[in-house]
Design a binder for this molecule. Structure first.
Ligand SMILES: *Cc1c(COP(=O)(O)O)cnc(C)c1O
Length: 469
């Protein structure tokens, strides 16, 4: 399998690149995103009985042909274990009632679905870096979830250091404790005196210093990394096999969406031949994608126009993986892509032609939005009816999913975080505190390790220089 850029440019200096290059490089030279040249065919009958790691190996090996199968197997087997994900099933399905289930993908170390991909990414990085005799220094910014997932995935890994910027005193006590209690020598928490946007600006400024970037081998693990999408494809297959009895039966999935990574994985699974009927996309009050799927008009908002909501991991102004989906809808024509993204830069949006909009409508996506009130109501409703607590993001998905639910077609809603991570909203909805997994019981009381720095790229660079290889 080779990878190409959505805008036709080079990846790592090549027109088409192998997986390892895509894993380490991130963006193509033209700002485009990497996509596999084609989608492999699913083998549903052979895959149905497989365990999670075995299924993962079958799927991942079709996207990765520059890591030998036995090495890939060892990487996958050490990633998806009961110790790390708290059950042998890794992503168990929980039935609420016949025809309505949750796909539980949030039982990893940081209690959100991002662990599924990032735990694998950490082990893939370590393997490829060691093979190529390289090191990488990951610089990132986080408002909570992604940063902690990345740190738990990279801790203790050879050849990797992580410098994670977070807004000082602006995260929840739990999120802060999750990150700052790590004391591995390769993890550096930098608490920046500013907002999340300031943190992102610093990452851009430091990364934009090409000499610094090259000298210190800077890299990223952001949401556009193809390997993250690839890893997430696996649990849609696992969920399908758990909910259906026979291959060919239809299934609808509902996915709360921010950067369009999780639902893109569902879309790729469908392209591979998984019988998903509807891909139900849920947004919160930041409803750019709902607007797009209803109108064909894509109009991302500025950070200032982005609301801070009670499902904060979906407070995204521009969904970074969306470009990959549009690439398919325009027939993988990189000229059209360059044109659309030039319109985006110039006019702040684009409207699809009638023909492309028809393709969007035929692709299985439907969408809806959910607000704070909907979230509270859904959390209450699911708790009263089934005795199950769901987190606010999951509630957005369940709310919109139910609007599209049809008798005869089971609905699988993706649980993207555990309620323990978002206790304030759960308390508002239910008047009680969500239970926490044992290992996190007293996390706020443990010693924290972080450095407070001013919102200044120079200060961050100076800190990094002292600690870099
Ligand atoms: C990241 C995240 C989302 C959004 O997922 P995308 O892949 O960005 O669409 C939803 N819920 C939770 C809890 C998250 O952490």
């Amino acid at each position: 399998m080779r990878y190409i850029s959505t805008r036709g440019g080079l990846i790592g200096g090549q027109v088409s690149a192998p997986f390892s290059t895509v894993l380490l490089e991130g963006l193509a030279s033209d700002g485009g995103l990497s996509m596999p040249e084609s989608y492999p065919r699913a083998e549903l009958d052979a895959w149905r009985p497989l365990s999670y790691p075995a299924l993962c190996l079958e799927i991942v090996s079709r996207f990765v042909d520059d890591i030998p199968r036995d090495a890939l197997k060892a990487i996958i087997d050490k990633t998806y274990t009961q110790e790390i994900f708290s059950s042998a099933e890794i992503t168990p399905v929980r039935e609420l009632e016949p025809g309505l289930s949750l796909l539980c993908v949030s039982n990893g170390p940081t209690l959100a679905f991002k662990d599924i991909a990032l735990q694998l990414l950490g082990n893939l990085f370590e393997y490829v870096l060691e093979r190529e005799g390289r090191v990488i220094n990951i610089l990132g910014a986080t408002s909570g979830d992604t940063g902690s997932s990345a740190e738990y995935a990279m801790r203790g890994k050879r050849g990797i250091k992580v410098f994670m910027l977070s807004p000082h005193k602006r995260m929840s006590a739990f999120q802060q404790a999750q990150m700052y209690t790590l004391d591995d020598p390769n993890i550096f928490n930098l608490a920046i005196e500013g907002t999340f946007d300031c943190c992102q600006d610093i990452v851009k400024a430091v990364g934009g210093d090409t000499a610094f970037k090259k000298q210190y081998h800077l890299g990223a693990v952001n949401s556009i990394n193809w390997a993250r999408v690839m890893a997430q494809i696996v649990y849609y297959f696992k969920g399908y096999f758990a909910v259906t009895r026979k291959n060919g039966e239809p299934l609808d999935v509902a996915v709360p969406t921010g950067n369009f990574g999780n639902i893109l994985a569902a879309y790729v699974a469908k392209q591979m031949g998984l019988p998903l009927r509807r891909l139900i996309l849920a947004t919160n009050e930041n409803d750019v994608l709902d607007e797009f799927f209803k109108s064909g008009h894509y109009r991302p908002r500025s950070p200032e126009e982005t609301h801070a909501t009670s499902s904060p991991s979906m407070d995204i102004s521009k969904a970074s993986n969306f470009e990959r989906y549009i690439f398919d809808c325009v027939g993988r024509d990189s000229t059209v892509m360059r044109d659309l993204w030039a319109q985006l830069a110039q006019h702040g949006g684009f409207k699809l032609t009638e023909q492309v909009h028809q393709r969007v409508q035929a692709s299985g996506f439907v969408s809806g939005r959910s607000t704070h009130i909907d979230r509270l109501q859904t959390i209450r409703d699911i708790y009263c009816r089934y005795g199950v607590m769901i987190d606010p993001h999951t509630a957005d998905g369940v709310k919109v999913g139910q609007e599209y639910r049809e008798t005869g077609v089971p609905l699988l809603c993706v649980e993207t975080a555990l309620p323990a991570k978002f206790a304030v909203t759960i308390e508002e909805a239910l008047g009680k505190t969500p239970p926490r997994p044992e290992i996190y019981a007293d996390i706020e009381q443990r010693p924290q390790h972080y450095k407070v720095l001013p919102a200044d790229a120079g200060a961050v660079k100076a800190f990094m220089r002292e600690r870099l290889i």
